[in-house]
Design a protein around this ligand. Structure first.
Ligand code: GLU
Length: 315
């Protein structure tokens, strides 16, 4: 018996206690407002779901609230691009290194040669990766990302929040600047507005923490759905994702999170965090009040505490 979490009766009480301890800290954070529609979220919400390898899911708090995946979706556009093109083509347009800069930073794109974004978890990198997804039109490319998420989560009703999508599309000047710069530098080919549209759409896919923990457990389980036993993602690509989650998944706080929680995780400005504890569990967290690095403030504290309680650090 490897730790408290195997005692089924302790799981919900443990999750509840940690939630009670960390949720007051949400007050110190702020919901993202640069995408106007996101500012409508309730800052005090905090939901958590944990899915184990046997498929059992345990949830506390606001686990039924839907939120947009935002940067969490970058993992899945990366997976589709890897499946469509293979690693050589993908890593010809995007690097494998953390930046230490904010997610939407423009500075290194110009100062580094070649002008290739440093990794697929920052906006520039994810936009470049989205440009590699094959399909007749934006809808067909989006459907590939959505279908993968539906299969991983088992929730076939997943879809795009049109309000958030339109709100981002109307205000995305900085992402447009990144994309047009990359087109000019030969990193992106084709129609820039179409690439951006696909990016905004996949960022606006909505899910609950239950969906996210179910998706996360597939990555934790090396790409195999724990119940259907279907290999949904090649194990090598699941490994690439988890590596990026450790080095770049929590923006420019990834180093601190690796030390304090030690769990591969990816956050989004919608307030979600997807965390995959290799060969153990998937975790979904939602708390829209963000800290100064853009990560869910209470969500990060929750994962740090849970990691200590259940000894989850991979290091
Ligand atoms: N759609 C968001 C943007 O491009 C994603 C940012 C994030 O979650 O980090 O600004």
């Amino acid at each position: 018996m490897e730790g408290l979490y195997w005692n089924e009766h302790q799981i919900i009480p443990t999750l509840q206690q940690i939630r009670e301890r960390v949720s007051p800290y949400a007050e110190k954070g702020e919901v993202a407002a640069y995408i106007p529609e996101l500012s409508k979220s309730s800052p005090r919400d905090l939901g958590v779901s944990v899915t184990f390898l046997n498929g059992a899911t345990y949830s506390v708090g606001d686990s039924a609230k839907r939120f947009t995946l935002q940067s969490i979706s970058k993992l899945f556009s990366l997976l589709i691009a890897l499946m469509d093109r293979g690693p050589d083509e993908v890593f010809a347009v995007v690097g494998k290194e953390p930046t230490g800069d904010p997610f939407n930073s423009i500075v290194k794109l110009e100062t580094m040669t070649p002008h290739k974004p440093l990794n697929p978890m920052i906006n520039a990198g994810a936009i470049a990766v989205s440009s590699l997804i094959k399909g007749r039109d934006v809808q067909e490319r989006l459907d590939k990302v959505l279908d993968l998420l539906k299969q991983m989560s088992g929730n076939h009703t997943l879809g795009v929040n049109q309000h958030v999508y339109k709100s981002e599309r109307a205000t995305a000047d900085r992402n447009r600047a990144l994309a047009y710069f990359m087109k000019d530098s030969g990193i992106i080919e084709g129609d820039v507005e179409e690439v951006l549209d696909l990016y905004f759409l996949h960022c606006s896919i909505e899910a609950t923490t239950e969906d996210v923990s179910a998706i996360a457990v597939v990555l934790a389980n090396n790409g195999i759905h724990p119940q259907t036993k279907q290999q949904l993602v090649p194990p090598e690509y699941a490994r690439i994702c988890k590596s990026f989650m450790v080095t770049c998944g929590m923006y420019n706080a990834s180093g601190a999170f690796a030390i304090d929680a030690g769990i591969p995780a990816k956050s989004g400005v919608g307030g979600g965090i997807l965390a995959s504890v290799p060969n153990k569990m998937g975790i979904g967290v939602y708390g829209p009040a963000l800290n100064d690095k853009g990560n869910s403030l209470a969500g990060v504290l929750f994962l740090e505490e849970l990691s200590k309680e259940w000894n989850l650090s991979i290091f």
